[in-house]
Design a protein around this ligand. Structure first.
Ligand code: ADP
Length: 261
């Protein structure tokens, strides 16, 4: 428990710091992108500086993408939460997932019966699943199985106390599991830190899981990682379920209650 709290306090501090830097950096980038766009427009066609200005713009756009990831991590990004069904999101993603994952990796998707409604930004939930899937793919260069599933689960006070925040109740559980290389404890302790990566330079930014962490927290959710070297990794994500009135049923129940009074 002590370790969990220290870890979450550490993440909190990193989040505040990165959020501040990303925010200021974003303002600087806005100026760079703005002025180079103006230059591009003002330079005559075929001017020798055209190519260089394009390079500046391209690099700045890349930097802007990075700051966007950082802002998502630090929970300062604007979100549009709405009631969404996690199963629907997953089913919609399936085509893209299968395109992303090479043939030698088997993709298994299994969703819980009935829709799991959560208050979320669907684009961010998609991003979370894609980031986890990309990591799973990278961990299974020699092939394996990627399983993604959803479940309904009750989280009790013990679970909540162990995490130090949140409320007990019904949650949607998304499990993303791979049979890849796994991680040792030292790696696992740092995976949610921005810029932590064990991938070759140019292959990883170390922002994928930092983003996942930020998004899950922003949705009042939890994320746990279980991993074993040589066997694989399991990520479990919990999001608070919302009770969407199941149209016809609810009306019947209400009527009978009123009738009995
Ligand atoms: P990146 O993928 O750019 O390295 P991430 O934040 O997504 O950044 O991941 C950080 C690190 O966590 C990875 O470099 C890798 O060492 C480890 N990791 C993440 N997911 C997995 C996984 N499914 N299996 C093994 N290691 C993983």
């Amino acid at each position: 428990l002590e370790h969990q709290l220290t870890q979450s306090q550490k993440m909190e501090a990193i989040g505040t710091l990165t959020g501040g830097i990303a925010h200021d950096f974003n303002n600087i980038l806005t100026a760079i992108i703005g002025y180079s766009t103006m230059m591009q427009v003002q330079l005559e066609e075929g001017h020798p500086l055209q190519g260089k200005v394009s390079e500046i713009l391209r690099a700045s756009e890349r930097a802007a993408n990075l700051t966007r990831s950082l802002l998502a991590y630090s929970r300062k990004q604007v979100t549009n939460p709405a009631p969404v069904g996690l199963n629907a999101i997953l089913v919609n993603l399936e085509v893209m997932l299968r395109r992303l994952i090479p043939e030698h990796i088997e993709v298994r998707i299994q969703v819980e019966d009935g829709e799991l409604s959560v208050l979320a930004d669907s684009g961010q939930i998609e991003q979370v699943i894609m980031n986890l899937a990309v990591n799973a793919r990278d961990a299974m260069a020699g092939g394996g199985i990627l399983s993604i599933s959803t479940n309904r689960i009750m989280l009790d006070q013990d679970f909540i106390s162990a995490h130090g925040y949140g409320v007990p109740g019904s949650y949607a559980l998304i499990t993303v599991a791979d049979t890849g290389v796994g991680m040792d404890e030292k790696t696992k302790d740092r995976i949610f830190e921005p810029f932590f990566t064990t991938k070759e330079p140019g292959k990883g930014t170390g922002l994928g899981l930092a983003m996942v962490y930020g998004i899950v927290k922003q949705h009042s959710g939890f994320i746990n990682c279980y991993s074993e070297v040589g066997h694989g990794t399991v990520f479990r994500l919990y999001f608070p379920l919302i009770d969407l009135p199941a149209p016809s049923e609810n009306i019947t129940v209400d009527d009978s209650v009123h009738g009995g009074e």
